[in-house]
Design a protein around this ligand. Structure first.
Ligand code: ZN
Ligand code: ZN
Ligand code: FE
Length: 747
């Protein structure tokens, strides 16, 4: 006889772990108990030697699908002579570090019930079980138990309570368990319809071309028929000067294949339990309205992930636009009163319910890359709050405040880092509030008390100001592009050193200029700048970001062009040329994003943009897949990518009648070749074999695939972000990795 106590760490709460342990122990005729506590799951088993061994082996092997086991720590304890196996209640108090799981798409078992007329949950839009349903978005605190979720206000009816208490039931301790008797109720405004009537009313309105705000898992969506141009154009107009592509929700992967071209791997991602939006090449025959994704070669598709989505799609019988319920730059609406007010001018109807959303989370976005792992463009619902490991554990708890655009924060304790949900562009009071509330929530959930606070070197980012305003902490400034490099190394479990080609729109450089086309050699601790794009003026600062023609003009002047200058009229062109010559309000930049903007403008694609990176996105979309040829882009011996002849060649090519497709293809090939060449020579000088490709510009899969391919054909290893976005959404984790590595060296 033997008794073993085992602590199980990882994502083991709210995923059916205790009933699994109960069934396993019962099968092996072991006595003992299991319970959730603040650190995960604690269990004790007592029985014969071989049964105990078998239990410990099968514990990890047969764990339920949503469980992620980081560690099982068994130790022998004295025999207790106990009979039977029990599930004990969670204790209160102590330090919570138990991992809350991410929200998960409705499982097959629940779907079968949803569409079964004989089931008591037939057409009930809140059906869920231990294997599926909302988690992170409803959690208010830990341990993960119903009173600490937004389900606290719903008292279980006798039948639901019986399921909840039965270890053999699929809903044993399923915290959001509910049924039409006792759970949340759907409601439709105006008209004030409830339950199934609300659902049928919303579906009918959608079929007739109305815009309906729909309360989802992490916030409100705005929905309308994807094939109805009048409806989509109305939605676009009401969301205000919003040019960003809308995502389309379809019933299943087969329906998705009617809209976009998907590999089997991408189809599997689409149907995964995290249910991201997958951006993939749009088919010519795709029956979606032109206003869904104007000027984009890709279309974002996603599958239903809540029972409500499944019912809506089934009732409407056609693909639906599902876009964040917000006005342009504001955060997605998630609180009912706020949503009703803010979305009143956009939506014709509002379909909502009385289960509160604790934490707003946007849909996550993946982009397929040919022959490579897909890029995660936005990491939020379905992924958050899963922890990422740190290659150098943090000796003291760390908070990292990230950058400004596509902002995230990150908290770390030991070797675990929690990257928060996508917050948005940290430029307004509303977004700052969401950022601060998110940090507080994560600090509580994971019992992190930051002693070290990492931030960007940019003095004016609201994230930097937040960090510097905190009292009683040690602050660590991390250079922006170093953070990009460190994030990619760390997510792969590496410390470096490596060369990094870090290309983005903007980041505060160590020399005070605006960096963004950087070659670094470094590790988690530090870096050296070993190359960069040729510097030019950014005429008018931020205005040059919104008006790519300014960048085209700056580059042409820098390159000695003597032809006509771009601009809306001769007077404006001359004014901007004067800014470039004098340098007034025109900082120096090495931004690769701005070079892409300049080339997009030279191709006549776009003189003005409504969001950063839009011109570059359209330039990539225009690229002719069969395009051939390259432009000149020499790399100087000290690692400077001299794009002046490139810009001149582009301008001459366009003047000679070349189309945007051919120019774009040549330009992409040129930058990929020059980058691989510059990175390879930096790597050989430093004796390194790995090149990290990151920064927002590498969301461009044409550039990413071409550059990585060229590096690999030179015998180098290309390391690219997989678990976090290459854009600034990954910066906070990079800052944490740097702070932890530096903290490890402190006395
Ligand atoms: Zn389920
Ligand atoms: Zn019930
Ligand atoms: Fe960046």
């Amino acid at each position: 006889m033997r008794r073993v106590q085992a602590r199980v760490e990882g994502t083991v709460q709210g995923v059916g772990f205790r009933p699994f342990v109960y069934r396993l122990a019962s099968e092996l005729k072991l006595a003992g108990f299991v319970r959730n506590d603040e650190r995960g799951v604690l269990l004790e088993i007592e029985g014969g030697e071989s049964a105990v061994d078998g239990f410990l082996r099968r514990l990890a092997e047969e764990a339920p699908p949503l469980a992620v086991i980081d560690a099982v720590r068994p130790r022998d304890v004295a025999l207790a002579g106990e009979r039977g196996f029990r599930i004990l209640a969670s204790p209160r108090g102590g330090e919570p570090a138990a991992l809350v799981s991410a929200d998960t798409a409705t499982c097959e078992d629940c779907l079968a019930e949803l569409f079964d007329p004989a089931d008591r949950r037939h057409r009930y839009p809140f059906v869920n079980c231990t294997n599926c349903g909302p988690r992170f978005t409803i959690v208010r605190g830990v341990p993960y138990d119903r009173p600490l979720t937004t389900m606290a206000g719903f008292e279980l009816c006798p039948r639901c309570a019986a399921e909840y208490d039965d270890p053999a039931d699929r809903r044993f301790h399923a915290q959001p368990n509910a049924c039409p008797e006792c759970g949340p109720t759907l409601r439709l405004l105006p008209g004030d319809h409830y339950g199934d009537e609300a659902l049928r009313g919303a579906a009918g309105a959608l079929r007739e071309g109305d815009v309906v705000a729909v309360k989802g898992i992490g916030g409100y969506h705005l929905a309308c028929l994807a094939g109805d141009e009048t409806a989509v154009a109305a939605l676009r107009a009401r969301k205000h000067r919003e040019d960003k592509p809308f995502a389309v929700m379809v019933r299943d992967a087969a329906a998705a294949r009617g809209l976009v071209s998907l590999t089997d791997e991408e189809a599997a991602l689409l149907a995964g339990r995290d249910r991201p939006i997958v951006l993939a090449p749009r088919l010519d025959a795709a029956a979606v309205a032109p206003s869904v994704a104007p000027r984009s070669a890709d279309l974002g598709v996603l599958l239903p992930y809540s029972p409500l989505h499944h019912l809506l799609l089934a009732d409407v019988g056609a693909p639906l636009v599902m876009t964040s319920g917000n006005v342009s730059d504001e955060p997605i609406a998630h609180e009912d009163a706020d949503a009703l007010e803010r979305l009143a001018g956009i939506a014709d109807l509002v379909l909502f319910h009385d289960r509160p959303i604790q934490t707003r989370t946007d849909d996550s976005v993946l982009r397929a890359v040919p022959d490579r792992r897909p890029l995660l463009m936005r990491r939020s619902r379905g992924f958050v709050p899963d922890a990422l490991p740190l290659p150098v554990p943090a000796r003291r708890d760390v908070l990292a405040c990230g950058a400004e655009l596509k902002s995230t924060f990150c908290l770390a304790k030991g070797s675990r880092a929690w990257v928060g949900h996508h917050i948005g562009d940290l430029k307004t009071y509303e977004v700052l509030q969401a950022f601060e509330a998110g940090i507080e929530h994560f600090e509580r959930l994971f019992a992190v008390v930051p002693e070290v606070v990492a931030h960007d070197e940019h003095p004016d980012y609201l994230s930097t100001r937040h960090a510097l305003a905190l009292e009683g902490v040690e602050t660590v400034a991390v250079q922006h592009h170093h953070a990009h490099l460190a994030a990619c190394l760390a997510e792969h479990g590496e410390r470096g050193p490596a060369v990094g080609a870090i290309y983005d729109g903007t980041g505060h450089g160590s020399d005070g200029t605006v960096w963004g086309g950087e070659l670094l050699a470094g590790d988690l601790l530090g870096f050296e700048r070993v190359g960069h794009l040729w510097p030019v003026r950014l005429p008018g600062g931020d205005r040059a970001v919104r008006q790519p023609w300014r960048m085209a003009l700056a580059w042409l002047l820098e390159a000695g062009w003597d032809g006509p200058l771009p601009g809306p009229d001769a007077r404006r062109s001359e004014q901007v040329a004067e800014l470039v010559r004098t340098g007034v309000s025109s900082p120096v930049t090495t931004s690769m994003g701005r070079l892409f903007d300049a080339v997009a403008a030279l191709c006549g694609l776009r003189g003005e943009v409504s969001f950063e990176g839009q011109a570059a996105m359209e330039l990539e979309a225009a690229a002719d897949a069969a395009g051939r040829g390259e432009y000149e882009l020499p790399v100087t011996p000290d690692g400077v990518l001299d794009a002046r002849p490139t810009v001149l060649a582009v301008a001459r090519d366009v003047a000679g009648g070349a189309g945007a497709g051919a120019v774009s293809a040549r330009f992409h090939a040129t930058v990929a070749r020059a980058t691989a060449e510059a990175a390879a020579s930096a790597a050989s000088r430093a004796g390194l074999g790995t090149v990290v490709l990151s920064g927002g510009v590498f969301q461009n899969r044409t550039l990413l695939a071409a550059t990585a391919g060229r590096l690999e054909s030179r015998g180098l290893r290309a390391l690219v972000p997989e678990r976090l976005p290459p854009n600034d959404g990954g910066i906070s984790y990079g800052q944490v990795a740097v702070a932890a590595a530096r903290g490890g060296r402190a006395p």
